[in-house]
Design a protein around this ligand. Structure first.
Ligand SMILES: [Mn+2]
Length: 240
């Protein structure tokens, strides 16, 4: 049976090589010839300060992703709040397609909106203000025009600030609001949604009549993925 995979919130970093190892093991086990596509729904990396900050770690991951396209598996990417500066250079090196922040796909006959999901955490006003600025047209251009050392310092400071405000615990991330979820269904005129970001893997039904919203899990201590087939969706988690 044909399959499509969804993952998000791996938070890959050089400090957590166990996550990279789990990711590679996941690809080796699951990315077989019956897989149509792998969708990465954001926060694939813990932090991304620009495609020019490439090193052995990032180019290794790009090469691994690129090997999927040689098997005929399409790789799609939606930015998260940690890696929204991923650009065309990295995408090209990984042979993956960058998608807009929300997109409706036809998933074996079911119209489904896919997104990272941070835009639905509308209770966090400070974050939404930053999101609006950082995803606008001028902020990324300004930031990417700065020298790499400066961007690294900004990212470091943002991480320290985020650690202070939420102790970097995934459960401290505010959840989506029902109103924002309903708006999202309405805006895209669909009854199915897949997203990540909140680190609260679950399936929510009937938030609008007949709707299904599937939330992906993070990869802090387990491999977490969603498999879609013509028969439906199944969420999986496998401890490291
Ligand atoms: Mn996120």
């Amino acid at each position: 049976m044909r399959q499509t995979y969804f993952i998000s919130d791996l938070h890959l970093s050089e400090n957590r090589l166990d996550i990279r190892q789990a990711f590679y093991a996941f690809l080796d086990e699951h990315m077989t010839t019956n897989v149509d596509a792998l969708y990465i729904l954001g926060d694939f990396f813990e932090v991304w300060v620009g495609d020019d900050n490439s090193n052995e770690f990032t180019s290794g991951i790009a090469a691994k992703l690129k090997s999927l396209s040689k098997k005929g598996i399409n790789v799609f990417f939606i930015h998260g709040n940690r890696d929204f500066l991923i650009g065309n250079d990295f995408a090209k090196s990984a042979a993956m397609t960058l998608l807009p922040e929300q997109v409706v796909i036809n998933l074996y006959g079911t119209q489904t909106v896919i997104l990272h999901g941070d835009e639905m955490c509308t209770q966090d006003l400070a974050y939404q203000a930053f999101r609006k600025k950082s995803r606008g047209w001028w902020w990324p251009r300004l930031m990417l025009a700065m020298p790499l050392w400066y961007r690294k310092r900004v990212a470091q400071k943002a991480r320290e600030k985020s650690k202070l405000s939420q102790m970097d615990k995934p459960l401290e991330i505010l959840d989506v609001t029902l109103e924002a979820v309903q708006d999202m269904f309405e805006r895209h005129q669909v009854k199915n949604m897949i997203h990540g970001h909140t680190h609260r893997p679950n399936t929510h039904f009937n938030e609008v009549e007949g709707s299904t919203r599937t939330v992906l899990g993070d990869w802090y201590s387990q491999s977490s993925y969603l498999i879609a087939t013509e028969q439906g969706l199944t969420l999986h988690a496998k401890p490291f």
